[in-house]
Design a protein around this ligand. Structure first.
Ligand code: HPA
Length: 251
């Protein structure tokens, strides 16, 4: 089924639904890549059609390395989405990216391994060497940034997202290395999603929600990161997201 979808949103840890979505209908397209994380909920927000998919499933049952990124994105495209806003819960590494900050990164480094990271897998598919110098689509990033400004939502413009394998968090030495590499943020789901979106020709941007200081990055070096803190901070930092989405759809 092909719907006129203005924006598809993929929700991350702590973000399992879009509360303001109206007239919601679940869709579970069958894809050649297997099962999606869960239903795609398509509804309207201020009269615009929005699709929402919880990346980890609605009950957070799919860990980052088992997410079927290919099925998720190809299902969104099959439903008619051309623009995807990825919400990613992350840890903050550098100063500007403390807990509860919202950021729209402009670069990424991929540290993941063993994930199916391309659509060029199956026999007979064309080999694509897509340009990925700007891993996030500049025009969509601009729309996110402008929407945040018009909605009065504070959003850091830029930053480098380091995608790690998970599901465990990182060691302090790993985070120190990522800082030296130039990473500002660390999360487990940024890749291969962004690369696959590029292969499909989807516009794709990331709205990163900082849940915690990454290991050793905060003022208290030996701080233990708990899932409760992560969820609390995501809930607090996410309060501006509905207004941001509305402003994006209005723009
Ligand atoms: N590391 C990796 N992924 C994360 C983190 C982190 O510290 N916090 C939330 N997602």
């Amino acid at each position: 089924m092909h719907l006129d979808i203005d924006l598809a949103v993929i929700g991350g840890t702590g973000l399992y639904q879009l509360a303001d979505l109206q007239d919601v209908e679940p869709h579970q397209p069958v894809t050649r890549y297997g099962a999606l994380s869960g239903p795609v909920r398509v509804g309207t927000l201020d009269g615009k059609r929005v699709a929402f998919l919880a990346r980890h499933g609605e009950g957070h049952s799919v860990p980052p390395h088992r997410v079927n990124y290919r099925a998720n994105l190809s299902a969104l495209q099959a439903l008619g989405a051309t623009r995807v806003l990825a919400l990613n819960t992350v840890g903050g590494i550098t100063e500007r990216f403390g807990p509860r900050v919202l950021a729209c990164p402009d670069q990424l480094i991929d540290y993941t391994w063993g994930r199916v990271s391309t659509y060029c897998e199956e026999e007979g598919t064309d080999v694509l060497h897509v340009d990925f110098g700007d891993p996030y689509t500049p025009v969509l990033r601009r729309r996110v940034l402008d929407a945040a400004a018009s909605a009065g939502v504070t959003l850091v413009d830029g930053g480098c997202y380091g995608a790690t394998q998970g599901p465990r968090l990182e060691t302090r030495a790993e985070i120190a290395r990522m800082r030296r590499d130039g990473c500002d943020l660390v999360g487990m789901t940024g890749m291969p999603e962004a690369g696959l979106a590029r292969e499909l020709g989807l516009d794709y941007a990331c709205l990163a929600i900082v849940a915690n200081w990454a290991a050793g990055a905060g003022p208290q070096v030996d701080e233990v990161i708990t899932f409760e803190d992560v969820l609390d901070n995501v809930a607090a930092a996410s309060s501006g997201i509905p207004a941001l989405l509305r402003a994006m759809l209005a723009g």
